[in-house]
Design a protein around this ligand. Sequence first.
Ligand code: GLC
Length: 623
Amino acid sequence: MAPMSALEISGNDSEKKASPENLSPVESPETLAESWSNINISGDGLKPRPDEKALDSISSKNGVSFSGNITGITDEKDIKSSPEKTDIKTKSPSGSNSGGGENGDSGVISNNLNGGGKTTSVLKPSPSVGISLDNFLEVPKGKSGGSVNGSGMSLMDEAWELLSGSYVWYKGQRVGTLAAPETGNEALNYNQVFVRDFVPCGLACLMKNDADVDIVKNFLLKTLHLQGWEKRIDNFTLGEGVMPASFKVIPDPVRKKEVLQADFGGSAIGRVAPVDSGFWWIILLRSYTKCTHDYSLSELPEVQRGMKLILNLCLSDGFDTFPTLLCADGCSMIDRRMGIYGYPIEIQALFFFALRCARQMLKPEHDGKELIERIDKRITALSYHIQNYYWLDFTQLNNIYRYKTEEYSHTAVNKFNVIPESIPDWVFEFMPLRGGYFIGNVSPARMDFRWFLVGNCISILSCLATPAQATAIMDLIEERWADLIGEMPLKIAYPALEGHEWRIVTGCDPKNTRWSYHNGGSWPVLLWLLTAASIKTGRPQIAKRAIELVEQRLAKDGWPEYYDGITGRYIGKQARKNQTWSIAGYLIAKLMIENPSNLLIISLEEDKKIAKPKLTRSASWTF
Ligand code: GLC
């Protein structure tokens, strides 16, 4: 986290503010600025797609169009809809929105409450993959979750109250959520709307009983508007498609208006642009469309253009010999130096997910057809590359251990010339006979064998992992429960870098010491990804067991950002309290486990047309 100073960008009212480095961002195209203010979330000018007649579309009070059926942007016909989705409201979830009002001030709630009780549960084997969601019985809606906090309030209610307290307002509309409430004079930037942090919050709003769709739509449009600004760091201009890492609404009492300030990496630690922001934006846009059937948003010319700009950044020709995306360290959720540079699985999985989501939403008109062809080719190449070269299980580890080196020509088995002596000792211990995972990074003579949660779960949700690989990933989580889940879900990465390696790889980062923060810390927000992956692979009991752990402590500890220690027992050294995505992560985990059809809002079906690799089978694949 860094103080936000280097690149300051004003809002759409021609308010420009020079940064200390004399940056002078230019005004964004007026068309989008206009469309933002003109796009009345009350629905003016947004018409439902004519071919939606079959759907039981209805309009909410303020005119946002949606349907009662959550199925089918494309061919996912066989999935049952959730009848409750017809009851979409556009009001905030509780009347107690302390997050602001007409003056647009954003506010926060600070709360520390008690909960307790420790239970354990036993895992039952459930090897089915790609289980039909029809098999899930929908539980009745209503106040959910038996767990209560120290005040007798249900944890879900407490979480909703805190979430609604984090809303950020701009010109009288909710446009996002604060990363965490401000707690003092700390010059940290948690008092902003982070794009990646908003994703679980937006999903919670979409998945709740009376879906709250406006905030998601506002967020998507506001960030799209920010994308349109010229972004400069010193004398260098970033690509047009780059989405902000975060933005902030600043009230200007003198001119009686609100000003926006955005960060595209120019004020982030290490000055790295957030590669994940644009991907998350596309993924959330697809979730919004999937949930609401409001195609008019994704079909807006500005939205189509925004998607294309993001994709152009990643699909342009260059010197690449791999279909993976070359990244700098710190360009994702792990936004500090952690040896993630190269081709990190976290980004490759999000890239794949975003490509498949965009494929569903892009219109072929104008240059769209050519772009769609490029996307199709990249999806095939990327899935082949990741499924073959990133996959590690017992058999593959043994293969790599016996690799020959210095092989030339296309017949080489050891394509990246990985030297077996570079395999770290811990992997041999860690690798179970049953299970496997996508390793962190693959590049010439380098395999980063670390486990990363986001990359592996996103691979399952996007079907980058084959069904057999998805099963094996869940097997590995069961087999290595103590290491990856421990006392508080979930390890962001495993294992931690220590000693000399920590010094070299992190540059002696005092925040990322061993088993802390990004370096083997445990992040409650990741619970939602585990839950989604568990349901998708037909293993909801894995998620239930993790949720039980979270319910024992998270609210009692004040919803911290992260936990420290080998088993995640200690509240993180510098962890914020009431961290919004910790709250939202719990909410959507519960909403999905209680109504598994909510998974469809964030998960993709397998595309049979994407070529599957011919891999040797290891022990894990025979289960
Ligand atoms: C930290 C995290 C980053 C998150 C931000 C806001 O910088 O590393 O992933 O987006 O805080 O919560």
